[in-house]
Design a protein around this ligand. Sequence first.
Ligand SMILES: Nc1ncnc2c1ncn2[C@@H]1O[C@H](COP(=O)(O)OP(=O)(O)O)[C@@H](O)[C@H]1O
Ligand SMILES: [Mg+2]
Length: 263
Amino acid sequence: MSEVILSVKDLQVRFPLTRSMFTKRKYLYAVDGVSFELNRGETLAIVGESGSGKTTTALAIARLIKAYAGQVQLGDIDLLSLHGSELRDVRNRMQFIFQDPYSSLNPRLRAEHIVREPLDSQGRLSAQDKEQRVDELFKAVGLRPEQKRLFPHQFSGGQRQRIGIARALATQPDLIICDEPVSALDVAVQAQILNLLRKLQSEFSLTYLFISHDLGVVQHMCDYVAVMYKGKIVEYADRLSLFNNPQHSYTKELLAAVPTITL
Ligand SMILES: Nc1ncnc2c1ncn2[C@@H]1O[C@H](COP(=O)(O)OP(=O)(O)O)[C@@H](O)[C@H]1O
Ligand SMILES: [Mg+2]
């Protein structure tokens, strides 16, 4: 039986556009009634052009920005109703992998410290257990143990993204949100990182919410695809159906922008 890890119902996020006293305040409906479910061990891709509301959806799910309305369940936890320490506890169950491995890692910390940090804030493991866990994570993402002592600037872009991935895995989260994780990387390196994410998924049965503006990137990465356009999901389908038989004209446009589709 498949287990629903993430359930999102009618999620809405609005940003105020005008602040005049005399006109009615207008809003940008950045996320406008988004609903989907994601099962453990599966990947849902959210695809859409820049500005369609993908990142805002992810940030609202993770409670990093405020949702205007809707419901988000992580397992059986009602995320949007949590406060204070409850919210802090649940934060470790969701981790992000960000687009830019150059700016998302603290340049002053050694790689081992960056990867260990989520474990430090969780405060569950002894120093020795944490060190062992960091070693395992380095190995899992294809970094060498002696690289632990280096600082982010001493790594290539792809290696930095490996550090970001190791960090995201540290607390064994139920959900990993990848927001354009390869968009800042060279094409050859993109393939390596995508392969790594797939390998890790099968090894640790990870659940990914995988955000990209590029259908080509997700074609080997996802079980389901939600196509987002102006804050709404305009098409939702399993991977093969979406690539073989796109329904919405906007999906067809996105497909046409992918140079080669190989299934
Ligand atoms: N903090 C914010 N304040 C105001 N508008 C925002 C904010 N964040 C995003 N937006 C707007 O919301 C829309 C969706 O943005 P975003 O979720 O970043 O899109 P995507 O990730 O799909 O490129 C865009 O029009 C963007 O300009
Ligand atoms: Mg974005």
